[in-house]
Design a protein around this ligand. Structure first.
Ligand code: ADP
Ligand code: ZN
Ligand code: ZN
Length: 743
């Protein structure tokens, strides 16, 4: 009997099973099967046997019990990629497969009936119900669904069964699929045709010749928001699909970019398979299957789409490549942009990384000539970049402020924008109302009981929310420390001061300043699904909303032509985080946000409020000077040997016991010293020390940073520490390779 290998999550290595003859014809790589494991029956996925595999005779092999569905869940051609991912991130193939495939949903079938022949002389007179069914079928040339028939005629199911048995009627079973693939109507604003500008054409030409050459060719497509990058994506995709190859489009957060999907649909007039975890599982699964079965040639989705089962991949597009949400922060901690490059290499095809603010990693790859450089230097038409003004809040007296957070300059700009009938984005990159509550008498700050962070006060529903673990709490009626009492139970105690701010509070302030103006809010509290997001943006597009207040969500790639003013209430949010990428992130956010202002015929204006006007992130944003920012920042990184000048590994150990994580990491540091001696490892080690957020979800956290010049060395370090580590239930250890998160 033949044998097959089966990966059984979460077990790390595959197991070998016998393949019974009755199943042999149906089995293929990627099939979901049921196999016995000990005394249990478990689910696994068929993978190829390694070359030169010898069946061990030590154990008696058991047979596969059953194939759970006839079609595979992934393609054989994907396995090389899956294995690469597993090796690079020091994870098992099984955890990669689990991360890659969407949760399978049960298959649904519909039964269709048709008449065998028109003029039958039945051997027996059909019963009343049977007669009814026959006449329905006679009247209708197309097969009819049993479900619909049964809804119309009582007792139809047993009657149909009899008719089928007597050979008068045939029944065909068909799987129900794709009910949602094209269900969204293409909106009227989506352009159906454009003529590319010279710069766009030049970029397209480069991608085309790279594609024709059949070589791995990474490109940075550098263009400010609105410079027409998406049009280049669409045209490149069109050409690649026309040659019969497929295209993968990855975006930072798909719930935030329904417009992009609409534009691809409007222009290409073909189906797109949309893949992301926010979709209904059925819809997501249908999209996955459409790609798997080659019914669809363009896959579009967020981070996890990098694993999509595309046949004959010919082009990958990573939009907003700098976005840190491309890094998965739990489980398999992969970076979708990095993996897109790996996949493109395996498929010998071009990959386009688009952005106005390249990550420093990408910027230095361009500088080192590893990536091609495509540039769209201006917006189509005559639009100029927006004028950017910085308001130094140190020089505005408190009594001059129009409200807590609105300076006279921002106020005047808002007033004239509103008067001119134009629209405004107001960015404040923190949600909620007050960032924390503090007792006026004893200065005690109200904290989440599970984490070492303050509770954020949300006024809308009068609740305290921890933005790290999601704990909700009712605001206290007394200060726990000094027991100052509240007078009214529904309000906050008078001594609990609302410190800091959030989008809710900014919204309230603006409402008071401009009571007759229609305003809306866009942040993770206002938006819980893609539809809500679409509605908020649609109200903006139709002009119904005049001022939109929001977090970084408003800075993400939308194309809203009516916005002529962008106000950043506090540029300094996030600037002083203990993270070597803090300055880069703030620069990106400010530049992206600024890019929302002004389109086509309307000049844009940007107002940045800050207390550190000399900070490079702010100076460079004001000067529209990405290059100077990048070069200066790279200089610092080089000095400190931070990425892109090194590879990094962050090890986080957490435990309910305060010191245990630290002790584990001390042990790791000693092992690393050992490895330096015994294996000539050259990595440098920072820490261990308590993580900047010391406690999350009741666990105390410690971290250790490792910098090395080679990814191989990092990989070796992880594998060795994993092996040498004394297993302990009390300490949870995470190895984060190429970390994006330092808190
Ligand atoms: P980006 O992706 O760089 O943000 P978009 O591709 O969304 O830029 O382009 C911004 C706007 O300009 C869109 O409405 C787009 O349709 C339009 N546009 C881009 N290129 C052209 C062109 N060559 N001709 C006409 N309109 C264009
Ligand atoms: Zn918490
Ligand atoms: Zn107090």
């Amino acid at each position: 009997m033949e044998v097959v290998n089966v990966v059984i999550p979460p077990l790390p290595s595959p197991y070998t099973y016998l393949l019974p003859e009755r199943l042999a014809a149906h089995i293929q790589v990627g099939c979901e099967v049921e196999v016995p494991l000990g005394s249990r029956s478990v689910v696994g996925y068929v993978v190829p046997l390694p070359d030169g595999h010898e069946v061990s005779t030590k154990f008696e092999l058991k047979p596969i019990s059953r194939i759970r569905r006839v079609h595979p869940l992934f393609l054989k051609s994907q396995l090389e990629f899956f294995q690469w991912v597993a090796d690079y991130y020091a994870e098992s193939l099984s955890s990669v497969i689990e991360t890659a495939i969407p949760p399978p949903v049960p298959q649904k079938f519909e039964h269709y009936l048709s008449l065998v022949a028109q003029d039958l002389t039945p051997d027996r007179k059909p019963g009343k119900v049977e007669q009814q069914i026959l006449s329905v079928l006679q009247a209708q040339p197309e097969p009819i669904s049993l479900r619909i028939l049964a809804a119309r005629i009582k007792g139809a199911r047993p009657a149909v069964k009899r008719l089928v048995e007597r050979g008068l009627v045939t029944m065909r079973e068909q799987e129900i699929l794709d009910q949602h693939l094209l269900s969204v109507e293409v909106p009227s604003w989506a352009k159906t045709e454009v003529t590319l500008s010279e710069a766009q054409q030049a970029a397209l030409n480069e991608v085309r010749s790279a594609f024709t050459s059949g070589k791995y060719s990474p490109f940075l497509l550098d263009g400010v928001t609105g410079s027409g990058k998406t049009e280049v994506y669409i045209e490149a995709a069109r050409e690649v699909v026309a040659t019969g190859r497929s295209v993968l489009v990855i975006v930072p957060e798909i719930a935030l970019t329904p417009q992009l999907i609409d534009r691809f649909r409007a222009r290409l007039g073909t189906e797109l398979a949309v893949l992301h975890s926010g979709l209904h599982p059925r819809v997501r699964w249908d999209g996955w299957r459409a790609l798997l079965e080659g019914r669809c040639h363009i896959g579009i989705g967020a981070r996890s789409a990098v694993f999509a089962p595309l046949h004959n991949l010919g082009l990958i597009i990573v939009d907003e490549e700098h976005d840190s949400s491309y890094k998965q922060q739990e489980g398999l901690r992969y970076h979708a942009r990095d993996l897109a490059l790996v996949r493109a290499k395996m498929n010998s095809c071009p990959v386009i990384l688009g952005t106005a603010t390249p990550s420093l990693e990408t910027f230095s790859n361009v500088a080192n000539k590893k990536y091609g450089y495509l540039r769209l230097s201006s917006r189509p038409g005559t639009t100029l970049p927006p004028t950017i003004e910085v308001v130094d809040l140190n020089h505005v007296k408190p009594w001059e402020m129009k409200s807590r957070s609105v300076s006279p300059k921002l106020y005047d700009a808002l007033a004239s924008t509103i008067a001119a009938g134009n629209q405004t984005f107001i960015l404040y990159n923190r949600r909620g109302f007050a960032s924390y509550l503090q007792c006026e008498r004893c200065e005690e700050v109200v904290k989440c009981p599970n984490c070492s962070v303050t509770f954020t006060y949300h006024k809308n529903n009068h609740s305290l929310v921890c933005h790290y673990c999601g704990t909700h709490a009712v605001p206290p009626s007394t200060c726990r420390e000094c027991e100052s009492l509240s007078t009214k139970s529904s309000a906050l105690p008078a001594n609990l001061l609302q410190r800091g701010s959030g989008t809710e509070r900014i919204y309230d302030e603006l409402r008071e300043l401009f009571p007759d103006v229609s305003m809306d809010r866009l942040d993770r509290d206002a938006v819980t699904d893609g539809d809500q997001y679409r509605r908020i943006l649609d109200r903006m597009r139709s002009g119904e909303t005049s001022v939109l207040v929001g977090t970084q969500m408003i800075a993400k790639g939308h194309d809203l032509p009516g916005v002529t003013l962008v106000g950043v209430v506090d540029c300094d949010v996030g600037l002083h985080m203990p993270d070597f990428r803090a300055a880069e992130r703030v620069f990106q956010l400010l530049t992206q946000a600024s890019g929302r202002s002004g389109r086509a015929d309307k000049a844009g204006q940007v107002i940045l409020q800050t207390r550190v006007p000399k900070h490079p992130s702010i100076v460079s944003t004001e000067a529209h000077d990405y290059r100077s920012f990048a070069l200066a920042e790279l200089e610092t990184r080089k000095m400190l040997r931070y990425p892109p000048f090194s590879r990094m590994l962050r090890i986080v150990a957490s435990s309910a016991e305060k010191s245990l994580g630290g002790a584990t990491l001390e042990q790791f540091a000693r092992e690393l010293d050992d490895l330096r001696e015994s294996h000539g490892i050259k990595c440098s080690v920072l820490g261990p020390c308590a993580a900047p957020i010391e406690k999350i979800k009741t666990l105390w956290r410690w971290h250790l940073l490792v910098k090395s010049s080679s990814p191989k060395e990092i990989n070796f370090v992880v594998r060795t520490l994993q092996l040498r580590r004394k297993k302990s239930k009390q300490v949870r250890v995470i190895f984060d390779i190429d970390p994006q998160e330092m808190l």
